[in-house]
Design a binder for this molecule. Sequence first.
Ligand SMILES: Cc1cc2nc3c(=O)[nH]c(=O)nc-3n(C[C@H](O)[C@H](O)[C@H](O)COP(=O)(O)OP(=O)(O)OC[C@H]3O[C@@H](n4cnc5c(N)ncnc54)[C@H](O)[C@@H]3O)c2cc1C
Length: 395
Amino acid sequence: MKLAFNHEDEAFRDEVRSFFDTALTPELREAGRKMTSVYSDREVALAWQKILLDKGWLVPSWPREYGGTDWSLTQRYIFACERARARPPALSPMGLSMLGPALLGRGTQTQKDYYLPRILSGEDFWCQGYSEPQAGSDLAALQCQAIRDGDHYVLNGTKIWTTHAHVANRMFCLVRTGRFERPQQGVSFLLVDMEDPGVRCEPIRFVSGCATQCTVYFDNVRVPVTDIVGKENEGWSVTKYLLEFERGGGAAAPGLLEAIGHARNLLAALPEAERRDPSRRLDDLEVRVHSLELTELRTLAETERTGSPGPASSLLKIQGTELSQAISEVAVELIGLYGMPHQPEAYELGSNVPPIGPADGVTAVPFYLNNRAATIYAGSNEIQRNIISKAVLGL
Ligand SMILES: Cc1cc2nc3c(=O)[nH]c(=O)nc-3n(C[C@H](O)[C@H](O)[C@H](O)COP(=O)(O)OP(=O)(O)OC[C@H]3O[C@@H](n4cnc5c(N)ncnc54)[C@H](O)[C@@H]3O)c2cc1C
């Protein structure tokens, strides 16, 4: 099988490529290159978000009337490929790729009219409050409680591992509003103001040195009843819909192919005597990424047809994260001893501290360490395998 673009698609690819070439400032390029985590820091992400918004390319998959494009499936994929090639800072997906589609699918008209423009402008920076100290994989065990008091819910409890909670002004979260035989019943989906005086965040420091996740404490936080998405006690269906977008529906393969290319370049940047040859492993990984690419294209087609990626998103999550970890492992092996110094000052934005070892290798170890979490967050890969066995294989 040969996948080839037609002339129109090629012209579109050239247009996108030239946009990335001109729109990415040296500072934004540096931020993209020096990312050690999955997403960029808030300020740099918002700077890039504004450029995409002005161009009209921030949320290609949203309906046009809400700021989306009417790009074909092929055009969306071309855009993802060109973005991976250009390596811009990665935008936070919480508002743009998770809550936005959930509101489009399940929100009231008032919620759409109020929140969607604020997601696009960056005025609202969202985090996702699902996990709790005793409810991770078994999310339905969540205990964070919201009790109705007139026109408000009063929220008490704890969320954990909440990415970007310390820099977000809004959180979409799952809370318990009722107790029924099935724990999934009695869960509601609320939109919380993080600036409420009852919200407290404590960042959690990871092995890489980063502190991007937080524990969040709610002490009598008041949420207007108009900020519930879906009906009371029926938030689980909103969550299931949203999680499909978190776990798939995107295009990981183009970025993984870039990461393989980056590992090959890293090899060339090393002194000859220090080069190990991982080409067989990289070739093997490249073949696996190409097979992921075909599955992603099939899933994109399915999303375009049905409006949601469905349970195949679990399969994409497993493949994408395991391949990403395998590639980052090769990168760490490649740089060898140069990976040992702890040198965060060398990948700080705007820093002119010369790195020890090849410049492109300074982020290999922190990225590898942060990337250990990829098979855990967004629902661990073991849980994704459970979902596939039930929903796809019918076991
Ligand atoms: C970097 C990072 C960012 C995160 N960001 C967010 C965020 O923004 N918002 C948010 O709400 N959460 C976030 N999380 C939390 C994440 O979703 C949970 O860590 C994850 O769901 C696992 O839950 P847990 O940590 O409680 O582990 P547990 O559920 O206690 O699981 C421990 C281990 O047991 C395995 N296991 C558990 N149950 C089963 C089963 N039934 N079958 C097979 N194996 C099982 C798991 O796979 C795992 O290996 C983040 C986590 C990390 C590490």
